[in-house]
Design a protein around this ligand. Structure first.
Ligand code: COA
Ligand code: AMP
Length: 627
């Protein structure tokens, strides 16, 4: 590889993408190295199509064969259950190989699907890696989603098994996972044949079912060797929120994903093998897939699996305690977590009490990071705090300050510069490229680099329509942005109806669908209003169609409960605002952006298509009274 400033590496990746990615792929131990690097002859470009490899082998067996078996692969730290454990590569491989053997005994074969609905415990990582070992496509569902959401995902990917645990622990409550699973299976049209249950022995009651299989029994099976898979084999499906009520099943390949994760551990996060990396996220999100499980293990780093929150488990010192205790070199979290910590510890008293000398970089992502939060953290840590931007769809960072190179100056409020492989343009509604400082639609020239989504599970129509239909030759990110004169990108937020609550991506359309099903609701519009702690919070504007004598306050509680029951607590919908009518265009479309501007008290532009401008003062009065 020629040597390497950020600029030279980036330019190489754009000017000679095939040579560039071939060189990166050569750093992995493929079973069969691909002859074809990029194939654009089919419907959608494929990277490394004829290569063969196995993710679990590269994450575990390869390091053992190289003599690192006794290095620590995984540290489990759980303040909520007051337990800690360390797993060497040898130990983790043995568990994964045995569990994969157990899954095989249940009849799982390459190409079958397994849904994993588990809290942040080592058994969840074992389950993911065991699926990868067998070529079983996993779909991890975040624990904050309710039974109905789980059922939707089950029906979409039709798994042969579901792997779960008896319970999870939130700050002050127990989440009865197995009870939720049983409810989801009752609702699902295509339930799995078996449910593999890890009993955490937390005293949560759940009836035994015929389909239950004990996780620990499966570990007694004959261990299995990794199954060699095509580079384009779907390693996982991860559902994410789109602009309709139905989540999108993002499909990830195997070889492209392994290549970019390995590349990013070194070049984006600036890590050397053996160092400790901590992504304080959840395995139910893409950050968890890429940077709790696969990325660090592929790159032979120690990964931290943290079951807790930045505050109240037990207090705002938790993050700093973990960094000190395990000598974390690089950490990744969401800005919300930092805002929560700052609220509890504004002077950084806890930060000063801990030895954070091991920490080189603090990365932030998942939502927009306000300049004040970044500057506060940088001042407290006296280390580079790096905002970076990406999506479930990309699977790895697209904008960042690539810490594997000399850092570029940090600009608070900017998510950085393009990561190798990504060529951006900011486009207007007509697809014209906009100049510096003009806000528009953040778009990426195709073909996308390796590792990005291969499709949406069994829905090629939606795949094309969602991402490639707006502008010829571009992938539409769904985010707005502008670039300054120095080439730094500033993300201005989603341009669709997706919102971001505490770093969690949620669909307002989905909440609207649930609320509209309530008999008292005639019309509803959900928007994301600005929130100092969580970035955004959902707020529902509701027009009643007859209250049947029931108090508004009772109906409002019912609506809040409905969203909790159907979507899950993570939706965080607590604000219902009854109104006489919604603002509409003459063709009947709800003006959600106007609602958002009114709630956030931003100057709004009178939409030229508004049906009746008199609705605006009406709404302003309602919002004022609500406050
Ligand atoms: N399983 C079950 N329930 C969950 C859950 C999970 N894995 N995660 C969240 N929930 C529940 C919470 O218990 C809460 O329920 P409640 O309404 O009964 O209190 C609800 O979903 C909302 O959760 P959250 O938005 O996380 O709010 P919180 O008040 O519990 O915590 C923060 C606030 C800021 C501490 C927390 O949001 C946080 O740590 N954010 C960082 C998020 C992050 O890392 N995101 C990943 C993106 S990279
Ligand atoms: P997810 O697919 O859940 O990772 O969410 C991706 C979305 O989160 C992006 O499309 C952005 O809207 C938002 N997002 C993620 N990281 C950032 C960031 N650093 N700055 C601004 N928005 C972000």
């Amino acid at each position: 590889m020629p040597e390497k400033t950020y600029e030279s590496l980036y330019n190489w990746s754009i000017e000679q993408p095939q040579e560039f990615w071939k060189a990166q792929a050569q750093r992995l131990a493929w079973h069969k190295f691909p002859e074809k690097i990029l194939d654009e002859s089919g419907d959608y470009p494929q990277w490394f199509g004829d290569g063969e490899l196995n993710l679990s082998e590269l994450c575990l067996d390869k390091h053992i064969a190289d003599g690192y078996g006794e290095d620590t692969a995984l540290i489990y730290d759980s303040p909520v259950s007051q337990s800690k454990a360390k797993y060497s590569y040898n130990e983790l491989r043995d568990l994964v190989a045995a569990f994969a053997g157990g899954l095989r005994e249940l009849g799982l074969e390459p190409g079958d699907r397994a849904v994993i609905y588990m809290p942040m415990i080592p058994q969840a990582v074992v389950a993911m890696l065991a699926c990868a070992r067998l070529g079983v496509t996993h779909s991890v569902v975040f624990g904050g989603f309710a039974a109905h959401e789980l059922a939707i995902r089950i029906d979409d990917c039709k798994p042969k098994v579901l792997i779960t645990a008896s319970a999870g622990i939130e700050i002050e409550k127990i989440i009865p996972y197995k009870v939720l699973v049983d409810a989801a299976l009752e609702e699902a049209e295509f339930p799995p044949e078996k449910v593999v249950l890890y009993n955490r022995r937390l005293g949560v009651e759940h009836p035994e079912r015929d389909y239950d299989v004990d996780f620990e029994e499966l570990l007694k099976a004959e261990p299995v060797e990794p199954v060699m898979l095509k580079s384009t084999h779907p390693s996982y499906i991860l559902y994410t929120s789109g602009t309709t009520g139905t989540p999108k099943g993002v499909v990830r390949d195997t070889g492209g994903y392994a290549t970019v994760l390995h590349f990013s551990m070194q070049h984006v996060y600036g890590l050397k093998p053996r160092e400790v990396f901590w992504a304080a996220s959840d395995i139910g999100w893409v950050v968890g897939h890429s940077y709790i499980v696969y990325g660090p293990l592929l790159h032979r780093n120690t990964t931290v699996l943290f079951e807790g929150k930045p505050i109240r488990t037990p207090d705002a010192r938790t993050f700093w305690r973990v960094i000190e205790e395990y000598k974390v070199s690089v950490m990744f979290t969401a800005p919300t977590a930092i805002r929560a910590i700052r609220k509890e510890d504004p002077e950084g008293a806890w930060i000063k009490k801990h030895d954070l000398s091991s920490l080189r970089f603090q990365f932030l992502a998942g939502e927009r990071c306000d300049a004040a939060t970044l500057e506060w953290l940088q001042g407290q840590l006296q280390k580079p705090v790096i905002d970076h931007w990406w999506q479930t769809e990309s699977g790895w960072p697209m904008l960042a300050n690539m810490a594997g190179h000399e850092l570029l100056p940090i600009k608070a409020g900017s998510a950085g510069r393009p990561v190798c492989g990504f060529a951006f343009d900011i486009l207007d509604e007509e697809g014209q490229v906009l100049p510096a400082n003009a806000e528009g639609l953040l778009s990426i020239r195709t073909p996308l680099p390796p590792g990005c989504l291969m499709g949406l599970w069994e829905n090629s129509e939606r795949f094309k329509k969602s991402y490639f239909s707006q502008f010829e030759g571009y992938y539409s990110t769904g985010d707005g942005a502008y670039i300054d004169e120095e080439g730094y990108y500033f993300i201005t937020g989603r341009v669709d109806d997706v919102i971001n609550v505490a770093g969690h991506r949620l669909s307002t359309a989905e909440m609207e669908e649930v609320l509209a099903a309530h008999p008292a609701v005639a019309e509803v519009a959900v928007i994301g209003r600005a929130c100092e702690l969580k970035g955004q919070l959902p707020m529902a504007f509701v027009v009643w169609q007859g209250q049947e004598g029931r108090a508004e306050s009772v109906l409002e509680k019912e609506l809040v409960q409905l969203v909790r029951a159907k979507i899950g607590a993570v939706a965080s919908l607590k604000e219902i605002l009854p109104v006489e009518r919604l603002p509409k265009t003459r063709s009947g479309k709800t003006l959600r952006r106007l609602l958002r501007d009114l709630v956030d008290q931003r100057p709004y532009k009178m939409p030229s298509t508004i049906d009746d401008p008199a609705v605006i003062p009406e709404l302003q009065a309602k919002i004022q009274a609500y406050r």
